[in-house]
Design a protein around this ligand. Structure first.
Ligand code: ATP
Length: 243
């Protein structure tokens, strides 16, 4: 890769009190790419995303988004730079309608953008038509897969340059997981949105991402193109479950 990375982490460490969750993570994301971080439960995947989006302060290391340092920035500032986090478990507002949830995604945009926001809502409905049908229902009544769609759509309303996705496959059937990843690829190709996707499901992530990092107990132990990772014996045995 010769292009300047859009996101660069260098030796990032983060902890919860005495629990060190990531121990010197370095990674680069090329603009316009889909990068995945694979790891099992508790490896530190969510912690990486929280540190990037400003929810958690790193103890050490540096984080650069384009030419801006991210450490010490407030999460809303980071969203305004075009870097938007879709949290694990969706974290939608269950009592608000689907449409109201989408409007919350546009909270960093000025009130004068109202007409543009209405048009952008129509555009995200093109990805997920079921959300249009259910736009006036409370979001808490959606299925798990539909809530995941809503969380992704809400993030799109912020007009991101880059999205951070936390385990989009969590709790979804293989069929729905595939559908969600196909939309993720469309968002990347059609809108040029760069994506960093953390996943436990290596099978699906290695199929759809361009480049992958493998995280074990807070450290990156391997990284390569997804095509190359799919052929590695360790990956086959421990992450893809094939002998
Ligand atoms: P999962 O898929 O379970 O979310 P993960 O790879 O995203 O796993 P993290 O959530 O980043 O892992 O957790 C990394 C480590 O930090 C784990 O040991 C976890 O127990 C610990 N940890 C995470 N959140 C907290 C917290 N709020 N307080 C204390 N320890 C935490």
């Amino acid at each position: 890769e010769t292009a300047q990375p859009i996101l660069q982490l260098h030796n990032v460490e983060a902890a919860y009190g005495a629990v060190k969750a990531i121990r010197g993570v370095s990674l680069d994301v090329a603009p316009g790419s889909i990068v995945t971080v694979l790891g099992s439960n508790g490896a530190g995947k969510t912690t990486i995303l929280k540190t990037i989006s400003g929810i958690l302060d790193p103890q050490k290391g540096s984080l650069l988004f384009r030419s801006d340092k991210l450490e010490g920035r407030d999460p809303a500032w980071i969203v305004r730079q075009g870097l938007v986090h879709v949290p694990e478990g969706r974290e939608i507002f269950p009592l608000l309608t689907v449409r109201e949830n989408l409007l919350m995604g546009a909270y960093t945009r000025p009130a004068s953008d109202k007409d543009a926001v209405a048009k952008d809502i129509e555009d995200v409905f093109a990805y997920f038509p079921i959300l249009k049908e259910r736009q006036n229902q409370p979001a808490g009544q959606l299925s798990g897969g539909q809530q995941q769609m809503l969380a992704i759509s809400r993030a799109l309303l912020a007009k991101p340059t880059m999205m951070l996705l936390d385990e989009p496959s969590l709790g979804l059937s293989p069929k729905l997981t595939k559908e969600i990843f196909e939309i993720i690829v469309r968002i990347n190709r059609e809108r040029g949105v760069t994506l960093l996707v953390v996943e436990q499901n290596a099978h699906i992530a290695l199929q759809y991402a361009d480049y992958g990092y493998v995280l074990e107990i807070g450290r990156i132990v391997m990284h390569d193109t997804c095509a190359a990772l799919r052929e590695k014996d360790d990956i086959k045995e421990f992450y893809l479950g094939v002998k």
